[in-house]
Design a protein around this ligand. Structure first.
Ligand code: NAI
Length: 320
């Protein structure tokens, strides 16, 4: 455990995602100080001023613009710096453009001697998290990606709507790549301890039961297509991801040890190593405390292996 943990959060990248996250964090009240860093200094300054002027209506928090020197005193650093996904562009297409940005920010973080927990958000998040972990000498506990926390929330939301229950009573995970090869872990999904399929079969309220593979696939397709639809409509996604990031950061700052599908470099879990993807992890003050190895079906494990293969090939492409 780090000594004298505080509640200083540095947000690198003050664009749509970074600023929305900062706004949600200031309403949440978990952070003591929010520092915005962006290579576009005017943007960071403008966002910090705008947010600061709402402090009367939010929780007590200091908001200011910062520089790379602020990494040294940070408790959590959230990296959203990079380019946003363009309409029709796959997340993996963004890799080349964003890899260099992540390498240079990670070098700066390491150079300050920072002990912060670092959360990578920039897409393609799994590959960029792996690059950040490597750049920081394999620091896989303290550096992780936001992964499929948002996708799992979308999945839970759709199951909750389908089954007409509160989203908080649904436990369901999307694992693997934050992208097209992501995998719904139905065998780890339940409502009040009842597996989602069983719950659905016993309900008799509709005719599109989730025990039917086609109905399940339709629901999962909606999860996979969500980001594409939102980007098609408004050019970017920012609100739900901002809230998902607050949830992750809160778990770190308050040492909540919440289970979330963040993206981590596996070291033998699920029979894989040296690949960064999302699986349920316990997230606390020092980052990832442990990976939870749920019992997956044969198909789900095959899906996860395929996701790992896609990511591995992309990483080789980048390094080649
Ligand atoms: P944006 O373009 O609005 O903001 C990015 C900001 O990063 C810009 O202000 C830019 O000046 C800054 N920046 C670029 N290079 C920098 C550097 N070296 N140092 C400091 N700042 C730098 O983009 P937006 O919409 O905020 O998205 C940011 C990233 O988050 C994208 O890669 C996007 O794909 C990703 N994203 C990830 C999600 C996830 O679930 N992992 C969900 C939504 C977006």
């Amino acid at each position: 455990m780090r000594e004298h943990p505080g509640r200083n959060v540095v947000v690198v990248g003050a664009g749509a995602v970074g600023a929305t996250f900062a706004y949600a964090l200031m309403l949440d009240g978990t952070a003591e100080e929010i520092v915005l860093v962006d290579r576009n200094q005017d943007l960071a300054r403008g966002q910090a001023m705008d947010l600061s002027q709402g402090r009367q209506f939010a929780q007590p928090v200091n908001i200011r613009v910062g520089t790379a020197a602020d990494y040294a005193g940070a408790d959590v650093i959230v990296i959203t710096a990079g380019s946003a996904q363009k309409p029709g562009e796959s997340r993996l297409d963004l890799l080349q453009r964003n890899a260099q940005i992540i390498r240079s920010i990670t070098h700066e973080i390491v150079g300050t001697g920072s002990q912060a927990v670092v959360i990578v958000v920039t897409n393609p998040v799994d590959l960029l998290t792996q690059i950040a972990v490597r750049t920081a000498s394999d620091e896989r506990q303290r550096i992780f990606g936001s992964g499929t926390v948002l996708d799992s929330a979308r999945f839970r939301g759709l199951i909750a709507e389908h089954c007409q229950v509160d989203i908080h009573n649904v436990h369901a995970y999307i694992i693997g790549e934050h992208g097209d090869s992501e995998v719904p872990a139905w065998s780890m999904s339940h409502i009040a301890g009842v597996p989602v399929w069983d719950h659905c079969s016993g309900c008799h309220r509709c005719h599109d039961e989730l025990s039917d593979a086609d109905n399940r696939e339709r629901l999962v397709q909606q999860v996979r297509d969500s980001a594409y639809h939102i980007i098609g409509y408004k050019g970017a996604t920012n609100f739900a991801v901002g809230l998902a990031l607050v949830r992750i950061v809160r778990s770190v700052l308050r040492n909540e040890r919440s289970v979330m599908t963040v993206s981590t470099v596996l070291a033998g879990e699920y029979g894989m190593r040296d690949v960064c993807l999302s699986v349920p992890c316990v997230v606390g003050r020092n980052g990832i405390e442990r990976v939870i190895e749920g019992k997956l079906s044969k198909e789900e494990l095959a899906g996860l292996t395929q996701s790992a293969k896609v990511l591995h090939e992309r990483l080789l492409e980048l390094e080649g």
